[in-house]
Design a protein around this ligand. Sequence first.
Ligand SMILES: Nc1ncnc2c1ncn2[C@@H]1O[C@H](COP(=O)(O)OP(=O)(O)O)[C@@H](O)[C@H]1O
Ligand SMILES: [Mg+2]
Length: 320
Amino acid sequence: MTAVDILKAESLKVYYRTLHGSVKAIDGVTFEVRKGEVLGIAGESGCGKSTLVNFLVLPKDPMYHAGGKVFLKGKEITSLPKHDLRKIRYEEISIIPQYSMDSLSPTRRIRMIIRDLMREHGKDFDPDLVRERLSMVNLPQSVLNMYPVELSGGMRQRATMVISTLLNPDILIADEITSALDVSTQKFVIEMLLGFMDRKVVSSIVFITHDLSILYQIATRVMVLYAGKIVEIGPMEEVIEKPVHPYTKALIYSLPKMNVRFKERRLKGIPGQPPHLLNPPSGCRFHNRCPLATKRCEEEEPPLVEVGKDHYVYCWEVKV
Ligand SMILES: Nc1ncnc2c1ncn2[C@@H]1O[C@H](COP(=O)(O)OP(=O)(O)O)[C@@H](O)[C@H]1O
Ligand SMILES: [Mg+2]
């Protein structure tokens, strides 16, 4: 772990207990979140994006820690009791959850929700701070007296943004917060998020979306997940312009708006479906959809290969 890493996950596994067995939603991921960066996480629906970040912020049943470690500012957090994790949440790591428009308690006015949060963290309601933060996301002060149902979806999302950043967390995670929005609102939300970084409210952002064209506008680096594992991680521009893993290539090529040159025309779209994570495929999890797969890919976990500066893939068939 270097000085610039705020968070580091090592061989992290997060599973779900179900009646049919364990769903291996995150199955051995190693990565870091660096100070000052926007780390993008991309991948098809069901690949484990929300599981990963929800676990980092606060694990909830039936999710459980199945292996590996997570260090937050040098401290190992997977072994901490719930009480300590609750303290870290909002103060060191915070999330704007997927479906955040519905995440606020319906029976409390916004002012009470903020007051409860501050109290839980041993602080008083700070009217000046709240005023400043509301204006950063273009919300009128009057929302403080309103119940969540009285706000539009967009206003609720911005209220959630204010609440999740109120205690200046080091890392802010945004999980699919632009997915339900039209293009101009997406731009506005992204600008507001970056505003929190510019004004040093947060040091780093983890931005999740299945839409690579949005990530391209905001991320410094991108990590591509497939079926609970990392397939490629590297600088955003380089990954978009020169993707190396066959899955990343297919993901980029399937984007109509991306307008990138892409030579391997035969990888049109991605045939087949992502695997079910109760019983993931052996070896490389992408092998049954991959045009380059060999016998070894079916049998053995792919190695980590450095394909450029700060750019890595897990693949048997990549030639460097
Ligand atoms: N509560 C749960 N119980 C069992 N399996 C779950 C639960 N929540 C999610 N999963 C499974 O975990 C996998 C990853 O889901 P998720 O993290 O939501 O993916 P993403 O955010 O990338 O769409 C999926 O296979 C999903 O079906
Ligand atoms: Mg999700």
